[in-house]
Each structure stands twice: as structure tokens, then as C-alpha cells.
Design a protein around this ligand. Structure first.
Ligand code: NAD
Ligand code: ZN
Length: 355
């Protein structure tokens, strides 16, 4: 069976296009009482950008705490907050921020329409009812969360996405001006998420012409952005993120992402930095990619944290391995059907112990 996958329905791109958000939302406000929920990264709470959010009197702005990456318990809390704000469902949920705020917006829009806790839906195609209309405005580029069919959540037992057709955004607003002010390290780590998506997709066994076409273009854009500093770097990184996300939509990520999920679950390391930490030890599997990644690090004077795992208890290390091993599609993409014979618990332990 071939996957018949859902894509984002509407995309607006260009410097300043954020100014069109109010008009875009007017099509969702079918009643005079219709309200919109803006889920905005809390980094903007005291910024000039705040006054540009097109919130009407009846709307709700939630400043999303992204210090920790999204948890199912936090999603449940936000859903309760929206439900106690109004007995009607909102006309739309708009996520403004990086991968974390975008994923929270996806999850809240799904859980407003489906009963229970977000943790009940971590997995593939468990969501039964369409989400509330939802849109994303990225302010940080690289994760591809703006185009993917998943919202990555840490639950009580696992870090796993809610993967479904209903997860996909109905609208995305890609305004490169909004990613201009990101601090350099964050810009680099989230950008490397995109670069690693490309490496893992292009070297994976699931590769096909669809994924390859998007992956190669995204890789070219990443090389320009991180090795040549073009004047339209923000525009290019924004499109690299989009294409990188599209590339993995029809294939998969690989070893680096599997290991990074374990680092994140046990150490709370954020996705971009966790990927970078793990990728630096994967020369055996992705030799060219790792070499180029190191050139990018050198050019931007990035120092990765080291010795994160050496002092960890056995129990935590084993949990880290469990979290990584659950992600069998990622391992299979990287190493083929017989991956479990190659990537044993011992091998994963050895890799982690070097980090
Ligand atoms: P993030 O959203 O976690 O944000 C990182 C930091 O950057 C935060 O402190 C935030 O406040 C700050 N920030 C965001 N925009 C800013 C701006 N314009 N200026 C200054 N600071 C800004 O980082 P991320 O790397 O974009 O996202 C990581 C999250 O995305 C993880 O939770 C990861 O699991 C998820 N993810 C999701 C997918 C998907 O397909 N759904 C794919 C990859 C990663
Ligand atoms: Zn990623």
C-alpha cells in the first residue's frame, strides 16, 4: 500500500505576509462571536511583535511555555483552559513560534475535538475526529513541523508524536522576517535539525524520487545558508525547512533522530541540540554528512556540550535505550529490514556512552 498523505491546504510566503493573517482568519470567523486562540511562544510576551498579533476583543492569547518541549500533560492543561474560556469551540487555533509552539497548536486543535488525554493518541492514526481549523506561523526554521503530519509530545511513558492526517495544518504563514531575530545558537541547532532530516532521508532505505527531490533541494539550501551566508539566508532557511519536512513525509528520519529522542526523554535536551550532539558521533553511518556538519559548526563557532551521559545511572541509560529502540521505522530506514541484528542494545549503549 502507498501512503495517500495529506498536505497543508494553504500556504502564504513572503517578507511581511504576516500582516495578512487577520484577513486570512476573517474567513474562519463565521459568527460575530467566533473566537480565535493564538498560542504564542512566551519569548514574545514582552516584545514589540506582541502588538502585531491580530487578536480581536473576543480572542484568546495563550503565552506558551516552551522551556520544556511539549508534554501531553501540558497539552491537556491548555485544552482545559480553552474549554473554560468558552463553551463553543474556537474558529481556529494559531500557533506562533518554533517547533514547540507549532506542535502545541496542532495538539490543542486535535484534543479540542477528541475526548481523553493527548497521551491516548501518541502513535499512528489513533485520532478519529477532525481537529479544529489550525494554522502555523513559524518564527524559527528547521523542524519542518509546519508541514509534517505529526505533533511530537513527551508523555508519561514515551516521546512519540500524534501522527494523523488531521494533525496537518490547514494554513501556514511563512514570513522570513519573523525568523530574523533568533539567537545564533538556536538558529544553528534548529537549522541542523533540517540538515539532518536531509541526510537521514537521502541515505535511508525508504528513499524514493518524491523524497529525494525535496531532500536534495533542501540540502542545497542548507549548504548555502550554513556555509555561504547568502543575503536572503532567512528566506532560504524557511524553504529548506519546508522541503526537508516534505522529504521525510514520504520517507523517514534515521539513527540520529532515534538517539536524540532518548537524550531528550531522559535528559530533557531539546530536539535541535540533541540531534547535533548525537550526529557528531555518527561518522560511521553518515560519513559525508557528519564531516560537512563539522564544517558548519566551525564556521559558526558552535561548541557542543560534552560528557552528558557518562555520569548517568544504569537505570536512566537503559531507559534512554528503550526510548530509542521503540522507533523501529527510523532504524529500518537507516539500516534496512535486519536493523535489529546490527543495532543491538550494546551498540546503542556504546554510542550513548560517548556523548
Ligand atoms: P523551540 O520551538 O523549542 O524553540 C526554542 C527556543 O527558541 C525557545 O526558547 C523559544 O522561545 C525560542 N524562539 C522561538 N522563536 C524565536 C524567535 N523568533 N526569536 C527568539 N527566540 C525564539 O525550537 P525548535 O527547534 O523550532 O523546535 C523543537 C521542537 O519541535 C521539539 O519539541 C521537537 O520535538 C519538535 N519537532 C517537531 C517536528 C514535527 O514534525 N512536528 C519535527 C521536528 C521537531
Ligand atoms: Zn528533527
Amino acid at each position: 500500500m502507498f501512503r495517500n498523505f495529506k498536505m497543508v491546504s494553504q500556504v502564504v510566503f513572503g517578507r511581511g505576509c504576516f500582516n495578512q493573517l487577520d484577513e486570512i482568519l476573517s474567513f474562519q470567523r463565521v459568527k460575530s462571536s467566533s473566537f480565535v486562540v493564538f498560542l504564542v511562544d512566551h519569548v514574545f510576551e514582552n516584545s514589540e511583535f506582541k502588538s502585531r498579533i491580530p487578536a480581536h476583543d473576543q480572542d484568546m492569547i495563550i503565552w506558551a511555555d516552551t522551556d520544556d518541549e511539549p508534554k501531553t500533560s501540558y497539552v491537556d492543561k491548555l485544552v482545559e483552559k480553552v474549554k473554560s474560556f468558552s463553551s463553543d469551540l474556537p474558529a481556529g487555533v494559531v500557533g506562533i513560534g518554533g517547533g514547540s509552539a507549532m506542535d502545541l497548536a496542532k495538539a490543542v486543535s486535535l484534543m479540542l475535538a477528541n475526548p481523553g488525554s493527548a497521551a491516548d493518541y501518541q502513535g499512528w492514526d489513533l485520532i478519529k475526529k477532525p481537529a479544529v481549523w489550525h494554522a502555523a506561523v513559524p518564527t524559527l526554521s528547521g523542524t519542518g513541523a509546519e508541514v509534517s503530519r505529526t505533533t511530537v509530545l513527551t508523555g508519561p511513558q514515551k516521546k512519540l508524536g500524534i501522527n494523523s492526517d488531521y494533525t496537518v495544518f490547514d494554513q501556514i504563514v511563512l514570513d522570513p522576517e519573523l525568523i530574523a531575530g533568533v539567537p545564533k545558537e538556536q538558529w544553528f541547532y534548529t537549522g541542523m535539525d533540517c540538515y539532518i532530516h536531509c541526510v537521514e532521508s537521502l541515505q535511508g532505505t525508504f528513499l524514493n524520487a518524491f523524497s529525494q527531490s525535496y531532500g536534495e533541494k533542501s540540502m542545497d539550501l542548507c549548504r548555502e545558508v550554513f556555509l555561504q551566508d547568502p543575503s536572503d539566508s532567512a528566506d532560504k532557511l524557511m524553504m529548506a525547512s519546508y522541503f526537508g519536512g516534505m522529504s521525510i513525509a514520504y520517507s523517514q528520519v534515521g539513527i540520529c533522530h532515534a538517539l536524540s529522542y532518548g537524550l531528550s526523554f531522559v535528559l530533557g535536551l531539546h530536539h535541535g541540540i540533541g540531534n547535533s550532539v548525537a550526529f557528531d558521533y555518527l561518522e560511521e553511518y553518515y560519513p559525508e554528512g557528519v564531516r560537512e556538519f563539522r564544517q558548519m559548526m566551525e564556521k559558526h563557532e558552535i561548541m557542543l556540550p560534552r560528557n552528558l551521559v557518562s555520569g548517568l545511572s544504569d537505570e536512566k541509560l537503559e531507559k534512554m535505550i528503550d526510548v530509542a529502540l521503540v522507533l523501529s521505522p527510523l532504524w529500518e530506514n537507516a539500516l534496512g529490514k535486519d536493523w535489529a541484528e546490527i543495532m543491538t542494545r550494546d551498540k546503542i549503549r556504546q554510542l550513548y556512552q560517548r556523548m
